[in-house]
Ligand binder design. Sequence first.
Ligand SMILES: C[S@@+](CC[C@H](N)C(=O)[O-])C[C@H]1O[C@@H](n2cnc3c(N)ncnc32)[C@H](O)[C@@H]1O
Length: 386
Amino acid sequence: MNKPLHHAAQDTAFEVRGYLNQAMTGASVIRALRGMHPIELKNNLLASRAYQEANRVFEGLEISQSIPYEIQREDNPVASFWPFTKVTAERIANMIDKYQSIALLGTPTVFGLLSSRRDDRALLFEHDEYFFPDGIVPGFIKCDVVRGVPRSYDDQFEFVFADPPWYLGDYFAWLETATRIVRPAGSVAFVLYPERIRESAGAERNKILALAREIFEDVSIKRNVIDYETSSFEQIQMIRNGIRPIDWRSADVLVGRTRKRKFQDQEIKISSATTDWIERRVGTGRVFIDLKPASVASFLETADASSRFLSSPSLRNAARLRANVITSRGHALCCSEPFLLISLIESIRQFSDLALLKPRVPDNSWSLFQLFATDLWGRFVVIDQT
Ligand SMILES: C[S@@+](CC[C@H](N)C(=O)[O-])C[C@H]1O[C@@H](n2cnc3c(N)ncnc32)[C@H](O)[C@@H]1O
């Protein structure tokens, strides 16, 4: 069960005070907190009135919300896309160097790096084509890792590397796929999320580890070897909280070897929680729409009462749970007629088309629709509280 907020906040403030007394910098305090989001950290410190500590941790990391901010890559919030840093992608590429047949599950960054080196030993199993807009790329198998990896790949790979969405159900389902496609006595490595990304994460890690020890031999954990860039949608959410969107997230890697003869009929069938979202583009931005209409009075409303942007990337955020329209730039909206929204979006071929849509946008939703489409069109976005 989650601790009451005020306890969690006070515990965090106490811990942070300890780190600051050891003269740690703000960035190293954030790293020491093993996955606690900087937004949550700031909220915890402010909730427990640890203003001095908040100032010291976030000193130099302040950012004004009203300055245009450049988005360089449009990351997928539905697929929980957290991109590796270049250094990490290179570290993983070196780690797999000794293998001849490699399966990469959900790691387009590593696959992209190998492809750029003309290294064709790896296949990528991944459902998002964003990184390969030019069409067919040899070695990219577009599929659902949970249900869609063809049987012809069973027992094929010497090494499998995976970075699933950071949820227990996804890990169990992805482990099942990995054990199916790796050869007997082959190796498997999974990114393992840190203990404090949410209240239950420590217990979830233990369950993942327990399962790994059942199905693999020589299980070990390499701590803090994976670093991430902050994804585009999360950058906006950090700016909304006045925090410069630094790269702060890191994780461990769990490594194991399958047994000479693999277990049969393992009972690890827990499916992942992915729902189907339709993707469309507006200018450079990506929009993800769940076709189930939101029960709201207007055609389009913000999911968060105070802004069209989310205040946190957490899936447990109430606005995120309500929203049936989310974007690569952190928007969360509720739409009562998703099919109409898709048709409007599809009518915007160039920016000047937007103004022509005013008569087609129902009730009083025009200004929100216009703002939303304008945010997504170009490379720059201004975050404010509307
Ligand atoms: C946590 S991200 C890992 C990205 C990785 N760190 C990188 O930089 O390449 C999860 C990845 O798995 C993909 N993904 C999520 N669920 C999937 C599924 N069911 N089937 C296939 N790919 C999936 C996402 O599109 C995303 O690329």
